[in-house]
Ligand binder design. Structure first.
Ligand code: GLN
Length: 482
């Protein structure tokens, strides 16, 4: 499938109509879904309606934006008025939001054509999309492997060319890790850059929405469409944002300093992943970047810190699902039993595990030892990054320690699943932006991802550096045979 700019060109020069583009995308989704299962629900009627509006604008001689008429997909934890939003959970079965989230409203207003809502791990908790209560999504590069998670549906939909770009959410790696597993670009913005209004909360101090795309430029175009201050989200930042896609140039900024986080090349890293990342570093050097090793000694506490903070916030956020207001309700003869039966039957095992972990960490007597301690370590991790960014402009790590694993391989061992996010979690804890871009393939033909991290609100630099790497390599030109 073409890029945003190519499709935009076809539209404004009237080579193809938005309805034709939407119809082709709907057909492709229909043809591929039996294999990929990226979508929890498709919305072809709404897509064609939106495409017709775009065509009417073009016919009337009105100017259209870059995203008008572009087929997109949305992770199913973003509220869309009148369209089911279950978060991949039985407990929200049948829930149809009465309002639209800020990001999806922005895309609607720009004329983007949503094809539907994509599969995810229940409430975005997981790294393989296998925790969805409804279906398992396949990795387009090998249908027996997982697409990563929790935004696995959005990543697979882009990798399989079911849509041009998509949105995911990233709390500990849920955009970057599936982007890495599926060989596409995935960006988690600075905390507060993109409104969370209408994104169903998992861990509110970490959650951010961001783009998936096949090229850095497409990711930049989607990012600039969704950023901006939103009075409906109290953590939203009031900052000026540039037009990221217009800043992309063929060369690295002069004197660019890149740091390699030493600690990320330790135990558990697949040797083929390590080798690809080393080759990428060499490549950056040949492009003129200055490379140095940087130590972030507290980086390794990211995982245990996250697994106290995120479940704590989740235990509070998920308290609202009790059978009264939303979705599923179990039959019972009194109120207390209705609550407990609803939650027992409605939540899956991983969500229950986290609610229990979080409730324990927040309970009287344990709060100081776990939650408060974790918050202090979070500050130390942030300080490691601050020290690093006083020396370099960009940090590099592998996105994930391995390539995509086989479905079922890690479902019985939560800890080994949690290790998938070793490299991405510290970035969320520090509120920084991070991007994963394709940087190679292993001997099984599975994509490898490179993570670039910048200082807060330097998405401009992050995208620029990623763009130069991408355009001077060929990884992004390969696509899976489906
Ligand atoms: N995989 C991590 C988890 O299970 C991150 C999830 C996310 O970013 N939403 O919590």
């Amino acid at each position: 499938m073409a890029s945003i700019r190519e499709l935009h060109h076809q539209l404004v020069t009237k080579q193809r109509s938005a309805v034709e583009i939407a119809t082709a995308a709907i057909d492709r989704v229909e043809q591929l879904e039996p294999k990929l299962r990226s979508f929890l629900c498709t919305t072809p009627t709404q897509a064609l309606e939106q495409a017709r509006l775009v065509d009417a604008k073009i016919a009337a001689g009105e100017e259209i934006g870059l995203l008008a008429g572009i087929p997109i997909a949305l992770k199913e934890n973003m509220c869309t008025q009148g369209i089911a939003t279950t978060c991949g959970s039985k407990i929200l079965e049948g829930f149809v939001p009465p309002y639209e989230s800020t990001v999806t409203q922005k895309l609607k207003d720009l004329g983007a054509v949503s094809l539907g809502k994509t599969n995810l791990d229940e409430f975005a908790m997981g790294s393989s999309t296998e925790n969805s209560a409804y279906q398992v999504t396949a990795n387009p590069w090998d249908l027996e492997r997982v697409p990563g998670g929790s935004s696995g549906g959005s990543a697979a939909a882009v990798a399989g060319s079911e849509c041009v770009v998509s949105l995911g959410s990233d709390t500990g790696g849920s955009i970057r890790q599936p982007a890495s597993f599926c060989g596409v670009v995935g960006l988690k913005p600075t905390y507060g850059l993109v409104s969370r209004f209408g994104l169903v909360a998992y861990a509110s101090s970490l959650d951010q929405i961001g783009p998936f795309a096949r090229t850095v430029e497409d990711a930049a175009i989607l990012l600039e469409a969704i950023v901006g201050y939103d009075p409906k989200d109290s953590t939203s930042l009031k900052v000026e944002t540039p037009k990221y896609s217009q800043l992309l140039t063929p060369d690295l900024p002069k004197g660019l300093k890149i740091g390699i986080i030493t600690e990320t090349f330790g135990e558990g890293l697949d040797p083929q992943v390590a080798e690809s990342v080393r080759q990428s570093i060499k490549h950056f050097r040949s492009l003129g970047a200055e490379i140095q090793e940087i130590s972030c000694p507290r980086f390794r506490y990211g995982l245990p810190t996250y697994y106290v903070i995120a479940p704590s916030e989740a235990s509070a956020n998920l308290a609202r699902y009790d059978g009264v207001k939303y979705g599923f309700r179990a039959e019972a003869d009194n109120l207390m039993s209705m609550y407990t039966k609803t939650r027992a039957a409605g939540f899956g095992a991983e969500v229950k595990r986290r609610i229990m972990l979080g409730t324990y960490a927040l309970s009287a007597g344990y709060y100081d030892a776990y939650y408060l301690k974790a918050q202090k370590v979070r500050t130390l991790i942030k300080q490691d990054f601050e020290a690093a960014f006083s020396q370099v402009d960009i940090l590099i790590t592998p996105t994930a320690p391995t390539t995509a694993f086989k479905a079922g391989e890690k479902t019985a061992d939560p800890l080994s699943m949690y290790l998938s996010d070793l490299m991405t979690i510290p970035v969320n804890l520090a509120g920084l932006p991070g991007i994963s871009i394709p940087c190679g393939f292993d001997d099984k033909g599975m994509p490898i991802g490179l993570q670039l991290i910048s200082n807060v609100l330097r998405e401009d630099l992050l995208l620029q550096v990623a763009h130069v790497y991408e355009q001077s390599t060929t990884w992004h030109t390969r696509s899976p045979q489906l």
